[in-house]
Ligand binder design. Structure first.
Ligand code: GRF
Length: 202
């Protein structure tokens, strides 16, 4: 499977995916990494690597649909079969989602459906949750609402700050995302309504 990664920032999940491919844990190829933010660290990370990394700046487009059309075209040119959101800070419209129906994944730093949207780790602390975690899900037109593929729980510790909790969750993310991608690439995921079924390995 050719993967196209959309990312806006740090790029640590992208790095985990690159590492998993290199280690032979994920049989996929990254066809392109697209950032909507020219300053994104994720682009710096890839400088000097053989992975094509480009910026498509939202501010250069008159409308969201024109921006998304440019992103979709780039993904199609690279023959991308799975779109992977890794810290991509924009909501995709129905127009884009329809073009890649059932082929867009996201990772979110909470146990969804708790705490969708920004600052999920802060919200977990604010509500006094004792268990936090991360979720990989298929993307629909909502904010962090699509069918759940995999989740991993981590404890919230007595002395946690948003930073220490985020770090513990991020560590779990780096293991979980490549695993979810591997399931997809092995053809082991089916979507039935809101539920994702994982087909056993023979
Ligand atoms: C992660 O916490 C991810 O769950 C959220 O955005 C963050 C991206 O981090 N969607 P990175 O850019 O992959 O380091």
């Amino acid at each position: 499977t050719v993967i196209g990664v959309l990312a806006s920032g740090r790029g640590s999940n992208l790095q985990a995916i690159v590492d998993a491919i290199q280690a032979g844990r994920l049989a996929a190829k990254i066809g392109v990494v697209i950032s909507d933010n020219p300053e994104a660290n994720v682009l710096k990370r890839l400088a000097g690597s053989d992975i094509p990394a480009i910026c498509i700046d939202r501010r250069q487009f008159a409308s969201r649909q024109q921006f998304e059309a440019a992103v979709a075209e780039e993904l199609n040119i690279r023959h991308v079969g799975l779109v992977v959101l890794a810290g991509f800070m924009r909501i995709l419209s129905q127009y884009f989602i329809d073009r890649f129906a059932g082929k867009i994944m996201n990772i979110h730093p909470s146990l969804l459906p708790a705490f969708p949207g920004e600052n999920a780790q802060h919200k977990a602390l604010y509500y006094g949750a004792k268990i936090a975690g991360c979720t990989v899900h298929f993307v629909d037109e909502g904010m962090d609402t699509g069918p759940i593929i995999l989740q991993e729980a981590v404890p919230v510790l007595e002395n946690d700050s948003a930073e220490t909790l985020s770090e513990r969750i991020l560590h779990a993310e780096h293991i979980l995302y490549p695993r979810a991608l591997a399931l997809y690439c092995e053809g082991r995921l089916t979507i039935e309504g809101r539920r994702v079924r994982i087909i056993d390995k023979e």
